[in-house]
Design a binder for this molecule. Structure first.
Ligand code: SF4
Length: 382
């Protein structure tokens, strides 16, 4: 199997990534939240410059794919008019912060987010270095990739926790900037960043001892809420993170805020109910909630197969509780973690593996989509 290409940076709006179907323009709205006018602007831009849908990512950002290079400046101008473009690429990169959507006081979150952004911007960190701002009573972003996590202890104190450490340092909004500077200085001074790359978890696994004071255990992670009515609003999920522009426009008429989640959906605070809208998965039993599929062909230049049509077709074949990841190559972008069933595209067909991540040694090899769909038990033993 050919090795997937690992890119050392993440796309933004000012620094889009060229893909097989055009530019990928990624937005990180302030506090991970779109106002109704911003949501309408993004929906209109997705229709005018993209495929008529936006992609919600696993880091609570959104992106428009398939943008022609010649349209990039016009798209930026429309987004900038709604406060959705950072002043420079450095600020854009430093705002790689996934924010838990269930926050109450926006001013407090804004202050903490500013401290994180300033700290990430001030240091020569690896391009993919990022943070989570996860200050619900119990963390909900434990599965979201990050190097630095801001969480709460069971007694309500804020805890600054490096990813990979079970414990963190208690901080307040006032002491956070100094603690961040100390942690980042330590990471860099102990060799955490090499050639523009490096992740906190891997660095800690190499037995580098943290500075003193990282001895408070955050509250245990909360289970992920199911889509539908949750405390404070409606939690919405869309299959594969693809949100039709028409649905985003409709949500802008219903909700005062549209907060992006890292679970390929949005949280709509203050909304008691939601009408049926195209693309929304509202049934907690919908098997598509347990299916992951990356862009695949034709959008991704590294893809060895189409993924999402196959994933949709296989979803009804899952038994209760079974989960499926269909990956266009061994990189596994749609679900970096383990999954119950994993189909990884190879030049010869799909490899099937169980309870692992994309690209792991398979149980069955070279399965064609037609063979998978025509057999009564597509995930059975050989
Ligand atoms: S996992 Fe999918 S989206 Fe990621 S590089 Fe491979 S084919 Fe492309």
């Amino acid at each position: 199997m050919s090795e997937p290409e690992i890119r050392g940076w993440c796309p933004g709006a000012l620094t889009p990534m060229a893909s097989a179907d055009g530019l990928v323009v990624r937005l990180r709205p302030p506090l991970g939240c779109l106002s109704p006018p911003q949501a309408r602007a993004v929906a209109a831009a997705a229709v005018r410059f993209g495929p008529g849908e936006v992609e919600l990512t696993s880091r609570a950002s959104l992106q428009i794919r398939g943008v022609a290079e010649a349209d990039h400046a016009a798209l930026l101008a429309e987004l900038a008019a709604h406060g959705l473009v950072d002043p420079d690429p450095e600020t854009e990169r430093a705002r790689a912060i996934a924010i838990a959507p269930f926050y109450g006081e926006a001013a407090e979150i804004a202050g903490l987010a500013n401290s994180l952004t300033e700290a990430l911007r001030a240091a020569p960190l690896p391009a993919k270095f990022g943070a989570t701002l996860d200050t619900s009573p119990a963390p909900v972003l434990a599965e979201t990739a990050a190097d630095i996590r801001l969480e709460r202890a069971a007694d309500g104190r804020l805890v600054l926790r490096p990813d990979g450490s079970a414990t963190g340092k208690p901080v307040t909004a006032e002491t956070l900037p100094e603690a961040l500077a100390e942690l980042i200085d330590w990471f860099l001074a102990t060799g955490g960043a090499r050639n523009g790359r490096g992740r906190m978890r891997k660095h800690l696994a190499e037995n580098h001892a943290l500075p003193a004071g990282y001895d408070v255990t955050p509250a245990p992670p909360a289970p992920l809420p199911a889509p539908g009515t949750v405390a404070g609003g409606q939690l919405v999920v869309v299959a594969f993170g693809l949100l039709p522009a028409e649905t985003l426009s409709a949500l802008a008429e219903l909700a005062e805020e549209i907060r992006l989640t890292p679970w390929r959906g949005v949280f709509l605070p203050g909304l008691a109910a939601l009408p049926a809208l195209p693309g929304l998965l509202t049934d907690p039993e919908d098997p598509l909630l347990r299916v992951h599929a990356c862009t695949g062909r034709p959008g991704c230049p590294q893809a060895l197969a189409e993924t999402r049509t196959l994933a949709r077709a296989l979803a009804p074949r899952l038994t209760a509780g079974q989960s499926l990841h269909v990956s266009g190559c061994a990189k596994g972008c749609a679900h970096p973690g383990r999954c119950g069933l994993v189909l990884t595209a190879t030049p010869e067909g799909f490899d099937l593996a169980r309870d692992t991540s994309a690209g792991a040694p398979p149980l069955r090899r070279a399965l064609s989509p037609a063979a998978l769909l025509s057999t009564p038990d597509p995930f059975g033993a050989p």
